[in-house]
Design a protein around this ligand. Structure first.
Ligand code: SF4
Length: 423
């Protein structure tokens, strides 16, 4: 199959399965085992600048996306990405390579090094011929714990490695897990994926593990995969801490987390940060939840790399109000959006800088699809016909408390509801 033949409007895009959006075609560039080399980041920036509109997204599932591609520029972009080693030969395997890896492996002394396991899982998925029917969003995670530990439910099948042993958990079943031998863990993950496929065949409403667990008991999954379920205490649903700013001992950070405001960076800004990182001796970046890039630090280069990131408008301060906000691309980037969600979010973030105490979680969505988050937020604003509905402590499809809010009214509404103490 040629690259051109693979072009189609896709529900879950990839590098070989572009998705049409309001600002042109979009391709998702999945990292290798949760990492991009500096050369790969440069290739992504080059493809975005030369073939797209220069805008790059970091998704909430830790992939970079290039936006604004045209029919004419698509093949060139894919060739640049393929030459960087970021495309599989087969679109079906490309779509299968959904792997989230805890980002501090080999850096954080409190974390287990799971890099080899992640690489092994990639190879195993590339070799399988029987899992390509998995739903597009079905994913795997490998967690080594430490400051970058992954929350429960981060992926359909989660492998956890800790000083207490190696275990596998399933989304939707946080209280059970199966203990496995480390060298048999990848095979066990694949068996569980096969069990999912076997059980959900002919049930098209079951697209994710949590749906299947609600229908079939988790213990049955493990048993059919030849594993035994035991009680388990999985980490809470949110990561314990966003990886933003220096990470590690105060005077001896081993990594720097750089947050992308609302998950967006331009190609020139990405190039600028990569140039600084390379000059500091950095060779790769890790993808972290919370839309941040984690750069391993060498040669005490925290201050230099932080300064380069701030100069590009990126986030290295873990108290930045933009970090408590989930915001989708909205209009005009997405043709389903009816408001400029990022401009509205920036106005709210500016207003929130004067907020006293813990800031509320905020989700701003360009339509009821809610691409940026499926979690409940203290304030969820959902655009409809150019104005917003507001849900309190809810999700995009909950019943709104207020409707018809204009963009200019959002920050005032937030302060009014949260009380005079923050006025
Ligand atoms: S939530 Fe709606 S407007 Fe926002 S990116 Fe998704 S489909 Fe587009």
């Amino acid at each position: 199959m040629s690259l051109q033949q693979t072009l189609r409007r896709g529900w879950c895009p990839g590098a070989l399965t572009p998705m049409q959006t309001g600002d042109g075609w979009l391709i998702r560039v999945r990292p290798r085992a949760g990492r991009y080399s500096m050369a790969q980041l440069e290739a992504i920036a080059a493809a975005a600048q030369d073939c797209g509109n220069g805008q790059i997204d970091l998704t909430n599932r830790s992939n970079l996306q290039i936006r604004g591609l045209s029919d004419a520029s698509m093949l060139q972009a894919q060739t640049i990405i393929a030459d960087a080693g970021l495309i599989d030969d087969d679109p079906a395997h490309e779509a299968l390579r959904n792997i989230i890896v805890s980002p501090l492996s080999g850096l954080d002394p409190d974390a287990r090094d799971v890099r080899q396991l992640a690489a092994d899982l990639e190879v195993a998925l590339a070799r399988t011929t029987t899992l390509t029917a998995l739903p597009g969003k079905f994913g795997f995670a490998i967690d080594g714990g430490g400051a970058g530990r992954l929350p429960s439910g981060v992926a359909d099948i989660v492998l956890r490695v800790s000083k207490d042993g190696t275990s596998i958990g399933l989304a939707g079943a946080p209280s059970v897990a199966a203990v496995v031998e480390p060298d048999k863990a990848i095979a066990a993950m694949l068996r569980l994926a096969h069990v999912f496929l076997d059980l959900v065949t002919a049930r098209t409403n079951l697209r994710r593990m949590r749906d299947a667990i609600a229908t079939f008991d988790a213990a049955r999954f493990f048993k059919l995969a030849g594993l035994q379920a035991i009680p388990s205490v999985a980490p809470s649903c949110k990561p314990s801490k966003l990886l933003i700013g220096p990470i590690g001992p105060q005077d001896n950070a081993f990594a720097l987390g750089i947050g992308l405001p609302f998950g967006r960076i331009t190609a020139p800004d990405l190039c600028s940060i990569v140039d600084s990182a390379v000059a500091c001796g950095v060779t790769e970046t890790r993808l972290a939840l919370g839309r941040s890039l984690v750069f391993p630090i060498v040669q005490n280069s925290v201050a230099r790399l932080s300064a380069a990131a701030v100069k590009c408008g990126m986030i290295v301060d873990s108290t930045d109000p933009r970090l408590t906000m989930d915001v989708c691309p909205g209009a005009p980037a997405c043709d389903r959006g009816t408001t400029d969600t990022r401009a509205d979010a920036t106005r709210i973030a500016d207003a929130l800088r004067a907020w006293e105490g813990d800031r509320p979680s905020i989700h701003i969505s360009g339509c009821a699809k809610g691409c940026a988050s499926n979690s409940a937020a203290a304030f969820t604003f959902v655009a409809r016909d150019g104005v917003y509905d507001l849900m309190l402590d809810g999700r995009v499809n909950d019943t709104p408390t207020k409707t018809g809010l204009s963009s200019d009214a959002l920050a005032a509404e937030l302060y009014a509801i949260a009380g005079a103490s923050n006025g």
